[in-house]
Write a protein that binds this ligand. Structure first.
Ligand code: SF4
Length: 260
């Protein structure tokens, strides 16, 4: 759990967990029991750091990366901070924090969040995944100070996905087989809705009571099934032990089965 001056820090990640399951959110923020994450595929991290390096190159040149020209209006901000913070006015015990992938400064001078997303294929048409939209909304709040109190109601997602562009698979051309394409999506943000979720999440933490679990979660189903399995196993063991004791008792009372 992130803490600053005894205040509790909430991130887009933890609040997205609240959206999925208040119980998991409560257990991780309040009690420090985070969901097991499992091994992370390092390919996504590798691509991510390459993209960031590429953006840094153009930041130094004070230019927008060429592939974004015509798709995004503005430029990269000159210095990207490691972490951004937002104090929650309604409740001084909490704050928001986050590490933004990138920030675009619009021609009007507003700071707009941009997030890189790697995926397996072309993103579907229409609204992006709810979690991505929510994440950008949190990032917009994190930029409120930079935007002099204004709340920007849009952000950008840039998807990167592998695309086949060759018909020739000769072994010596392996380096050129995997090519990445990209897609830029401008995402409208409902900041009022984002604030309602933050309020509900804080209410949940302040209740000091583990809330109900969310629906459709394989983790808790798994834990429940394991509990039932072990409970039944232990019960069976206990029953067998008792039956054995009864048999021994009979043997002592009637040695070799003789009554006299
Ligand atoms: S239902 Fe899933 S998400 Fe919720 S507490 Fe259980 S493990 Fe966590």
């Amino acid at each position: 759990m992130e803490k600053r001056n005894e205040k509790i820090g909430l991130s887009a990640h933890s609040l997205n967990i609240f959206n999925e399951c208040p119980k998991c959110f409560y257990l991780s923020v309040k009690e420090g029991f985070s969901r097991p994450r499992g091994p992370m595929p390092s390919i996504a991290t590798g691509i991510d750091s390459l993209i960031k390096e590429y953006f840094e190159f153009y930041r130094k040149k004070e230019k927008l990366p060429p592939f974004l020209i015509g798709k995004i209006e503005g430029k990269l901000i000159s210095t990207l901070k490691k972490t951004y913070y937002y104090d929650i006015e309604e409740n001084k015990n909490y704050y928001l924090w986050g590490r933004l992938d990138e920030i675009i400064q619009t021609p009007e001078g507003f700071y707009v969040p941009l997030d890189h997303k790697t995926r397996a294929s072309l993103p579907p048409k229409g609204d992006p995944h709810h979690a991505y939209q929510f994440q950008l909304g949190i990032y917009s709040l994190l930029l409120k100070k930079e935007n002099k109190g204004n709340e920007v109601d849009f952000g950008y997602l840039v998807y990167y996905y592998p695309e086949k562009s060759m018909t020739d698979y000769e072994a010596d051309k392996i380096r050129n087989i995997i090519n990445f394409n990209f897609e830029v999506k401008k995402v409208e943000l409902d900041i009022k809705y984002i604030k309602t979720i933050i309020k509900d999440a804080i209410k949940c933490l302040d209740k000091n009571m583990v809330p109900e679990r969310g629906p459709n979660c394989e983790y808790c189903d798994w834990v429940e099934n394991i509990k039932i399995y072990y409970f039944e196993k232990e019960e069976k063991k206990e029953r067998e032990k008792l039956e054995k004791v009864d048999l021994n008792k009979e043997e002592i009372e009637f040695p070799e089965g003789k009554l006299f």
